[in-house]
Design a protein around this ligand. Structure first.
Ligand SMILES: C[S@@+](CC[C@H](N)C(=O)[O-])C[C@H]1O[C@@H](n2cnc3c(N)ncnc32)[C@H](O)[C@@H]1O
Length: 225
């Protein structure tokens, strides 16, 4: 998968892309991330990407010209990407959305700042607008990184053979549930023991216990009382 990102803070992506699963995905050539500085498509001495809002009011607004020019330049090379605008007013990002995006050949993520985008960016570029939750961050970089990480770990071959994505929290879009609790060594830690069933070697019992724990957790943490 190829992912292009348009941002005014390209350096923010260096660490995230150089570590962990994203690094492995890039090394395996399953992921090609290209981060572009929106200021490269400005034409004034100050490399301005923002301006004051018409109608007055506080804050600045992302100008349309650099974003349109950047999108055109990045999309010169095929295939055409699925365009995504990171935006708190967009549809809420879920595991199901991540699964859908993981099937795309190419994504183009646009990270906003200040008061957000000039409305013509939303109208003219017909992007899918995605929010990572009902709260407001300073910019779209962290939401873009959250989206990239969530999508990339779903790409076939990225996680090791042992990884069981099917058992993870939210894996079943029809009935999104939470995963069961995990334990590792030592058997006892500060007075807290590993449940006996996990030490029993009885795989049918272990499976039943895990299913029950998963059901209880989901009910307790996700279902309204
Ligand atoms: C400070 S926010 C703008 C908020 C906007 N004035 C509003 O009230 O809806 C600046 C940028 O951060 C990004 N952003 C902030 N919160 C986000 C969220 N929850 N999900 C996705 N992107 C977000 C977007 O790219 C947005 O354009």
């Amino acid at each position: 998968m190829r992912i292009d990102v348009l941002t005014i803070f390209p350096a923010m992506f260096a660490g995230v892309c150089a570590e962990g699963i994203l690094r492995i995905a890039r090394e395996k050539r399953l992921l090609d991330v290209r981060v572009h500085d929106l200021r490269d498509w400005t034409h004034d001495a100050h490399r301005s990407v923002d301006d004051r809002p018409f109608g007055g009011g506080p804050g600045m607004v992302m100008k349309p010209e650099p974003v349109f020019e950047a999108v055109a330049a990045v999309e010169e090379e095929p295939p055409a990407p699925q365009r995504i605008l990171l935006c708190p007013q967009g549809e809420t990002f879920t595991q199901e959305t991540a699964g859908e995006l993981a099937r795309a050949e190419r994504l183009l993520l646009i990270a906003g700042h200040y008061e957000g985008f000039d409305e013509r960016i939303r109208i003219g570029l017909a992007c899918r607008e995605i929010s990572i939750g009902d709260y407001v961050l300073t910019g779209g970089e962290i939401p873009a990184m959250a989206l990239i990480d969530t999508v990339v770990r779903l790409l076939p071959g990225v996680l090791g053979k042992e990884a069981s994505l099917a058992e993870e929290s939210f894996a079943d879009p029809g009935a999104p549930g939470l995963e069961y609790p995990h334990y590792t060594r030592p058997r006892e830690f500060r007075g807290m023991a590993v449940p006996d069933v996990l030490l029993s070697g009885n795989h049918a019992e272990i499976r039943r216990w895990r299913e029950e724990q998963s059901r209880l957790r989901t009910e307790l943490r996700r279902k309204a009382p």
